[in-house]
Design a protein around this ligand. Structure first.
Ligand SMILES: [Zn+2]
Length: 346
């Protein structure tokens, strides 16, 4: 009789480079099933109970091996976005470090004492206790994205030329904040994702990454390694081709590669050293045909499947307005092409 694998077993198999029945599948849905749960997407963003109900419905409708802990750890930012039904950039936003001097008095509440972050911690605990057969992941912002959030992305890029020392000072604070949050999160038993979308070569040069970001990634991840056995992943949006070797030198269990980066190059450089997760483009979820989605899944498996160190997932996220049918087509294709029956007969 063939063994029935749980999501958690599939995920752990991939981390041990062992074969399960198929590669793990990840979607990371958030408010996508809000309407089906009877809510407006923004209600779900702002209300943990509604987020929880939507999460359970999502996982019932589109079961995955590694679901994302619901609710938003950055609730204040979402609250600022107001009651708009769309997510859009905030105009006239005041950054906490708009005035450089503010760094001297900058402080933050410890994660467990912060109202919004402790809600997220509770949600992580509840998710782990409820979906015991899955590998739940939760996320914290990475240092450069926190720094960009405090100072403004454009300004911090200018600062790398005008006042490099100041950038390092901000990065030290951002790294500490990221580490404190990550340490609080891993206590809940989740798989940890560091999301550093702004550390991308779609936004900053490889030189800026090497000079101002990389050592902080090293520090953060090494500290985490020392203090926890949790599996740790890193997500960077967009193009990371010029900094792949640097990323592969980081102590991470998995890396989430976006559709703008080369999966071929990453697979060839990594040689199975880390698990790679990706990389279906957002546009394919949004307006791809059934064939487009199947083709993308097949392409990823053909490149990375035989390494046994690959998870099928969106490159970045599934757009909020992606048709439900497309999500289903992705799941079906991922189970078909991700199966070892397919991979072993390639
Ligand atoms: Zn992304």
């Amino acid at each position: 009789m063939t063994k029935e694998y749980t999501g958690k077993e599939r995920i752990e198999a991939v981390f041990r480079r062992e074969k399960a029945d198929r590669l793990p599948v990840v979607l990371g849905l958030t408010v996508h099933c809000a309407t089906q749960a009877g809510y407006q997407p923004n209600e779900v963003r702002l209300d943990p109970e509604k987020a929880w109900k939507t999460f359970l419905l999502s996982e019932e409708t589109f079961p995955t091996d590694m679901p994302r802990v619901p609710s938003n750890p950055y609730l204040p930012d979402v609250l600022k976005a107001g009651k708009d039904t769309e997510m859009k950039p905030q105009k006239g936003r005041i950054y906490r470090l708009a005035d450089k001097e503010n760094l001297k008095t900058f402080s933050y509440r410890p994660p467990k004492e912060s109202r919004t972050f402790s809600t997220y911690l509770e949600m992580a605990k509840k998710s782990v206790a409820t979906l015991t057969d899955r590998a739940l992941f939760a996320e914290v912002g990475g240092p450069f994205s926190i720094a960009a959030d405090l100072r403004g992305i454009q300004q911090i890029i200018y600062d790398t030329f005008d006042d490099p020392e100041y950038v390092h000072e901000v990065m030290k604070v951002a790294t500490k904040l990221s580490l404190d949050r990550a340490l609080a999160l891993v206590e809940t038993g989740i798989y940890l994702r560091i999301g550093d979308p702004s550390a991308s070569c779609s936004l900053i040069s490889p030189k800026i990454y090497r000079e101002f970001v990389m050592s902080y990634h090293q520090q953060l991840l090494s500290e985490l390694r020392k203090n926890t056995d949790a599996r740790i992943g890193l997500h960077i949006c967009g193009n990371i081709d010029p900094i792949m070797e640097e990323i592969l030198s980081l102590p991470i269990d998995w890396f989430e590669i976006d559709a703008l980066s080369s999966l071929e190059k990453m697979v060839s450089l990594s040689q199975g050293k880390i698990v790679i997760r990706g990389q279906i483009p957002m546009e394919t979820f949004l307006d791809g045909t059934r064939e487009d989605i199947q083709k993308e899944v097949k392409r990823c498996v053909d490149i990375a499947g035989s390494t046994r160190a690959f998870m099928l997932a969106p490159g970045c996220t599934v757009p909020f307005n992606a048709p439900m049918e497309n999500i289903q087509v992705f799941l079906d294709a991922a189970c078909e092409y991700g199966s070892y029956k397919y991979i072993d007969n390639q």
